[in-house]
Design a binder for this molecule. Sequence first.
Ligand SMILES: [Zn+2]
Length: 343
Amino acid sequence: MRVCIYCLEKKPDEAFNADHVIPQAFGKFEGNLVLDCVCTDCNHYFGGTLDLKLARDSIEGIDRIWTGMKSASEFKSLGSKSTTRVRFKPGSVYGAEGYPAPNATGPDLRVMAFPQMGFEQPPGTMHWFRREEIPEKARLSEHGLDPKKEVFIHVREMAADDARQLLLSKGYDKLADFAVYGPPAEETIETLMVGIIGEPEKRAATRIAMGYLAAVAGAALVRTASFDEVRKFARHGLGSSRVHVSENPLAITRPDGSSARGHYLVAATQPSGLVVAQVSLFQRIRYVVHLMSASLATATPMISQAHFFDVDTRKVAPLSVPPLVGGKALKVAERPDASERTP
Ligand SMILES: [Zn+2]
């Protein structure tokens, strides 16, 4: 019998399987840290939710393509449910939004536009609204538009009839002037990637941090009540996040002087006696995870561990523990609509 570190249920050995501390979507490493203290139910839950979100719909997930770990044709998009946005820069769709999509014919991802409408007023100035956010005609002034003056409406990724009906239902009675544009066929448009760092990303980072601590300090420690708050957050999304997010401050150099690319994990007991972890995938964003709650903390062992997962050599090596300080703080959304990251 074993006790799972995430659900704390006692189950027979056959109800457990190998759990990789760095999800396998982020690389297969020689000597990856593997846990035997995560039950199959929790493993499947994370695999089908948080790990999937992180791999398919986050800036780190897209880094898998940019670093060559995955090809653009293998990318699996969440489609219009994606919270990773692409903003179109100058061109016919300036200011509109899309999402990353697989590309069978080239090394880079394609961009698909969301169903949306651009309200043009005055000529040359576009106000884009996603299909579900198109304002009633009576409320146009709240969006800086004058309903008494001419507005050209550009429709993207919606059938003309669908667009016309939607506009009529919102009070647009004069529909003589609007243009329908198709997707930017093979056009190359400069884009800006906007990643959302919300609860799923923070829960995914918390789970990786807990797994790492179990790997380097033992599962028994992670099962203690000091970790109940992060456990509930990671496994059930309950309670509030204990995660701070910043840009990655750490550069890692190989012995030959070249700069290494990869993931790093850190777990270290702080002067407060509490263990704080750091999680960074592709050295893109750094998640600082406060794993223990002071009110529930018992005697804390001295932990000072860090590992680097090199995505080029596919090797795992110990790292000296980096400081917690540094790295520009990033705006973070509890709901996926506010925070931005521009690679
Ligand atoms: Zn479990």
